[in-house]
Design a protein around this ligand. Structure first.
Ligand SMILES: Nc1ncnc2c1ncn2[C@@H]1O[C@H](COP(=O)(O)OP(=O)(O)OP(=O)(O)O)[C@@H](O)[C@H]1O
Ligand SMILES: O=P(O)(O)OC[C@H]1O[C@H](OP(=O)(O)OP(=O)(O)O)[C@H](O)[C@@H]1O
Ligand SMILES: [Mg+2]
Length: 283
């Protein structure tokens, strides 16, 4: 059996969550800051710790079979890789931003202006699609200080909370692309047995993360109303309580509408609601 290689970020925004998702898949490996490669003890896999910019090309060229990296970095690199799974972390938007006191309100006003960015390829494509002819200043980081120093009239960078823009006297002007961390593989590796096994594990971890396990008590006369609110993985489990006329209901609830559901359950007669995290859901 061939040992696969997966490339993840060595340090930075995606490192911790990438390590976490692999560990949650049951993979056992040492995560020393100093080592650039780690062997997984219980799966035919080696983990390469790299700068995120290098990951798309490593995967494209088959030096790594798999990778975890932001979509923004893949698109910027123009890498020819297969997308396997969005991972739900590293969520951000690439935006053009201008100074708070700027009078730029239309895209066409960027004609002839200078825009600082670390993502010149994505920006150039967007500008060309919108017939804007601006000068792109390619800088590798701290892009947000550009306008304040007179280096550029606008910037194009990653925005998440908007805090960095605010701290530098900038305001968002145009949203260009949303991004999140994704699992990718080299072309032709999509059906590899170990790749499929890893995908299945990652998906079961993601499904579990998106849900909570709920146990509650309800009087039999209110059971149908409560069950109608709870789909469960297949359907809710209902077991009798020692006290006559009462049952316990076991089910799962989606994280996203959790509080709304809990309030509806209480109104429908649910009592003693216990909520627990789920580790994995295998379907
Ligand atoms: N503020 C943020 N919120 C959410 N996701 C972000 C944020 N900033 C960056 N990201 C995502 O995380 C990725 C890595 O960001 P990071 O700042 O660690 O990159 P980097 O400094 O280029 O790292 P490296 O040292 O590996 O080259 C980005 O490409 C993007 O996909
Ligand atoms: O909207 P916000 O929540 O403020 O996040 C946006 C900032 O986050 C990223 O930088 P990071 O903090 O990762 O530092 P870096 O420039 O060293 O990569 C990005 O380059 C922005 O500067
Ligand atoms: Mg980088």
């Amino acid at each position: 059996m061939k040992t696969l290689k997966i490339a993840i970020q060595k340090s930075g925004r995606l490192n911790e969550k990438s390590v976490e998702i692999l560990k949650n898949c049951g993979l056992s490996f040492e995560n020393y800051k100093s080592s650039l490669i780690a062997s997984v003890a219980n799966f035919p896999l080696e983990i390469l710790f790299l700068r995120d910019d290098d990951i798309p090309e490593y995967v494209q060229d088959g030096i790594a079979d798999l990778g975890i990296v932001g979509e923004n970095v893949i698109i910027e690199a123009g890498a020819d890789v297969s997308y396997l799974q969005p991972l739900g972390f590293g969520k951000c938007t690439l935006k053009i931003a201008v100074q708070n006191n700027s009078n730029i309100t239309e895209l066409s006003q960027l004609n002839g202006k200078a825009i600082a960015t670390s993502y010149p390829i994505i920006l150039q494509k967007y500008l060309s699609e919108n017939n804007v002819d601006a000068q792109i200043r390619n800088i590798s980081g701290s892009v947000e200080i550009g306008p304040g120093l007179g280096l550029s009239d606008a910037i194009f960078d990653i925005v998440s909370t908007g805090g960095t823009l605010k701290n530098n006297g900038l305001k968002p002007f145009k949203n260009v692309m949303d991004s999140q961390a994704v699992l990718i593989c080299s072309k032709g590796m999509e059906q590899n047995a170990e790749v499929l096994e890893l995908m299945q594990r990652i998906q079961s971890v993601l499904r579990a993360k998106a849900t909570k396990y709920v146990v509650l008590n309800v009087a039999k006369e209110n059971l149908q109303a409560v069950v109608d609110l709870l789909p469960g993985v297949k359907s809710p489990t209902v077991v009798p309580l020692f006290e006559e006329g009462w049952v316990a209901v076991h089910s799962v609830i989606a994280e996203q509408d959790f509080w709304e559901k809990i309030n509806s359950l209480k109104s429908a007669g649910a009592q003693g609601i216990v909520v627990m995290p789920i580790e994995k859901i295998i379907t």
